[in-house]
Write a protein that binds this ligand. Structure first.
Ligand code: XMP
Length: 519
């Protein structure tokens, strides 16, 4: 299978580049910029893309490519496309010149195409492209040719005479470059000449075979099933591979959404026929531990630890009955495992996100069938495996659940109020056919009582905040500019139907500076 290596020079878009290539039907893998030639040889990429990055080639510790990289490329005849900082590096390391330009280009810019062969095949000139750079090329290495320019940037795209090195100053991977996908496609199909081989149907078959081989014909596998997309798809794959030797553990942690406990059981036990589906109702255990806790990080920690405890105990019980339990399956996906932006370390810990790693002292071997996949690929596979749409299309839901959607300490009464409000919101958003186009829509419980009036009575009740955002990857998000009539309907239904709430507010904050969840 033809593969593309994406060398990460610290761009926030590295995963996006890799996803774009996979959308073209070609397998792509992210590599650190200082990957060894040995590892490159093992991957044996048919083409390489150098990501952008925040640095300048003249900074002392800015990332550089190993000097033997260029010989390797020539020996193996592997075409390379440099994006932004990647374009600078090729020029800099092949003795061309990069300069800091006084006019920084940022945002949408018109690109004049001087050569429509290869990279810009089928595109008209000018094209709108997304720029974000201070440095630019002053002079090209010997034998390089200019392919495009902008008003402020005379060398905005180039190729080398031997057709091995290509560069674009703009970002073809982002949606703000409307024809960026065509430029990447041209690189893959016309320059690299990679053949399509990344086909999800094949992946499913191979993955099932692989699981069968790894687990063997007698051993059993244990899995923490949350009802989210990733763990559900793992469950289905395993069930197809080893049938009822899969033991799924589903824990009610007391902070799930309305009806979720019943729905998940209905789907897996009844619809999909999972026999070894173990439901543990630990609501009281979790809620007791969470009593009077208001610090968000503490809530996350308690929920994480309690889950591990409950899961471990259940596993021990099952092991007594089934000594053949030898594996623990996890729903880890590619972005969980491959962290990018290795060249700058400026990000601080905002929330102790992302999900639990299970205890290392469990003497089980880990299997992670989705470890090389992106979320959209997991969704497509789920669909092909027959996972119901209500699971596949479901908005993301945080591991610590409703606990981080109730500001301050949580209890059963607040949870009940929040669940009822949230159910109405989702119902109305679905009725308005908006659910699938939104990243997330949910209610938040604010522990503030304010005065209201209902009929002739004064009320003194809590506030519900509605959070509805559009986003591509949760890194940034905008609040959805919904129709006022719809918001009015949601608000009046919540106030009228949910006991305990007499005021609804709409959250009009974007991320950044706010986050999507409240805690
Ligand atoms: P924030 O609130 O950081 O959330 O803007 C970004 C995205 O991550 C989800 N989220 C979580 N997901 N475990 C998860 O699996 C968590 O602890 C967690 N916290 C936030 C959030 O719903 C949003 O989509």
């Amino acid at each position: 299978m033809d593969k593309i290596g994406i060398m990460d020079l610290g761009s926030q878009y590295t995963h996006l580049i890799a996803r774009r290539i996979r959308e073209l039907g070609i397998y792509s893998e992210i590599l650190p910029y200082n990957v060894s030639l040995q590892e490159l040889r093992t991957l044996s990429p048919k083409g390489i893309i150098l990501s952008g990055g925040p640095n300048s080639v003249y900074e002392l510790n800015s990332p550089k490519l190993p000097s033997r990289f260029f010989n390797f490329i020539r020996e193996e005849q592997i075409p390379v496309l440099g994006i932004c900082y990647g374009l600078h590096l090729i020029v800099h390391q092949l003795n061309g010149e990069i300069e800091a330009h006084d006019k920084k280009e940022y945002g949408k810019v018109e690109l004049d195409i001087l050569d429509i062969d290869e990279l810009f095949h089928t595109l008209d000139s000018p094209q709108i492209v997304w720029m974000s750079h201070g440095d630019q090329v002053k002079s090209l290495p010997l034998g390089f040719k200019i392919l495009a320019k902008t008003n402020n940037c005379p060398i905005a795209a180039y190729k080398s005479q031997d057709s091995l090195f290509y560069g674009v100053q703009f970002h073809p991977e982002v949606a703000h470059t409307p024809n960026g996908k065509i430029i990447l496609k041209n690189f893959i199909e016309r320059v690299v000449k990679a053949k399509k081989g990344w086909i999800l149907e094949d992946w499913i078959e191979q993955s099932i075979e692989q699981i069968k081989m790894t687990v063997g014909s007698k051993n059993r596998v244990i899995l923490g099933l949350s009802g989210g997309v990733d763990s559900s798809v793992v469950a289905l794959l395993l069930h197809k591979a080893i049938g009822d030797r899969l033991h799924s553990i589903f824990v009610n942690n007391g902070v799930l959404r309305k009806n979720e406990v019943d729905e998940v059981q209905e789907i897996f036990k009844n619809k999909l026929g999972f026999k070894n589906f173990h439901f543990i109702d630990a609501e009281d255990y979790f809620l007791n531990k969470l009593k009077n806790i208001s610090d968000p990080e503490e809530k996350r920690r308690i929920i994480g630890h309690s889950f591990i405890e409950v899961f471990e105990n259940q596993t021990k019980e099952l092991e007594k009955k089934y000594p053949d339990i030898k594996f623990l399956a996890q729903g880890t996906i590619y972005p969980d495992r491959v962290e990018t932006s290795t060249t700058s370390d400026t990000s601080s810990k905002i929330k102790s996100h992302h999900n639990l790693t299970l205890p290392e002292n469990m003497s089980l071997k880990i299997i992670e069938p989705l470890r090389d996949l992106y979320k959209d690929e997991v969704r497509k596979i789920g669909l092909k495996l027959g996972l119901p749409a209500e699971i596949i299309q479901r908005h993301p839901f945080p591991g610590p659940g409703l606990a981080v959607r109730i500001v301050g300490p949580i209890d059963k009464q607040k949870l009940e109020i929040l669940r009822n409000a949230d159910e109405i919101l989702i119902e109305e958003i679905k009725k308005a056919m908006l659910y699938d186009s939104l990243w997330q829509a949910f209610c938040v419980f604010l522990p503030l009582k304010t005065v209201g009036v209902m009929g002739d009575y004064r009320t003194y009740e809590y506030i519900c905040s509605i959070r509805i955002v559009e986003s591509l990857d949760a890194m940034t998000a905008n609040f959805a500019k919904l129709n006022w009539d719809l918001l009015e309907k949601i608000s009046s239904r919540i106030v009228n139907e949910v006991k305990g709430i007499n005021r609804v507010v709409y959250d009009i904050s974007n991320k950044p500076p706010s986050t999507i969840e409240y805690e």
